[in-house]
Ligand binder design. Structure first.
Ligand SMILES: [Zn+2]
Length: 100
């Protein structure tokens, strides 16, 4: 295990540490995993899709994205977007960067 010197207190700390064990100074930020990054990307795209549906007219996207036939009940379409965004939000939440 490699050691570096803490920029705050100059004590030796492990390169895998997120915080200095001596002074508590922040050494590096935890990063999202690739899957986590993918989840937040999907969440961003779906949230954008929901906004486009809300402001651009219900059905403009869902017809292509979810293969919903035109004329489907608008509340149903928006409800489905919300559910999908919520599910993506949960994935994004549980894959958020955390210290191990
Ligand atoms: Zn330190």
């Amino acid at each position: 295990m490699a050691l570096i010197n803490c920029p705050d207190c100059d004590k030796e700390v492990s390169t895998v540490a997120y915080d200095c064990p001596s002074c508590g100074g922040k050494l590096r930020e935890p990063e999202r995993t690739l899957f986590g990054k993918l989840c937040s990307l999907v969440l961003g795209l779906l949230s954008l899709g929901l906004l486009i549906e809300l402001f651009g007219g219900v059905g403009v996207l869902s017809h292509y994205v979810f293969d919903i036939p035109p004329g489907t009940d608008e509340d149903l379409v928006i409800g489905m977007w919300v559910v999908v965004v919520l599910i993506a939000g949960l994935f994004s939440f549980f894959t958020r960067p955390k210290k191990r």
